[in-house]
Design a protein around this ligand. Sequence first.
Ligand code: COA
Length: 143
Amino acid sequence: MRIIEPVSPGEYQKYYDLRWKVLRAPWNQPRGSECDARDADSTHLMMIDARDAAVAVGRLHFNSIREAQVRYMAVAVGQQRRGFGSRLLQALEEKAASLGAACIVLDAREVALGFYRKQGYSADGPGHVLYDCISHVRMHKTL
Ligand SMILES: CC(C)(COP(=O)(O)OP(=O)(O)OC[C@H]1O[C@@H](n2cnc3c(N)ncnc32)[C@H](O)[C@@H]1OP(=O)(O)O)[C@@H](O)C(=O)NCCC(=O)NCCS
């Protein structure tokens, strides 16, 4: 497994495809719903296997000069709970620190709270509710 920043159209296709499959398709959301306006000025990381298949993805953008935000963390179904998500999150944190971030915030799906707690994130309070059913919790980690 190795972590890359997607560059080519083919790499970006794999990146967004995994994001859509894990975070949107189970809620019957159309292709394209996995993207937002901040994608253009974000850092994207993707873990790929020996055959260049996408295993894990995640995005980093800045809310201010010192505050970075992680979004769209997704590990392929069948590859979860093998340490890949934590490796990718760590790489996003290293990238954030290298770009000058002092802290990272994120909105964790309630089902993923335990994952982020294990990576050192603290809960700050309720976040948004997606599709009327996916509750989020705002979390932060000081770098
Ligand atoms: C949440 C997610 C990104 C975690 O990635 P992962 O590769 O499965 O997690 P890891 O294997 O790196 O887990 C690291 C630790 O967190 C724990 N963990 C992982 N997922 C967890 C969860 N949903 N709840 C509680 N603990 C969890 C693991 O048991 C592991 O603990 P350990 O180090 O003591 O063994 C991944 O499971 C996923 O894509 N889930 C579906 C989409 C999702 O919910 N994304 C988050 C949106 S905010």
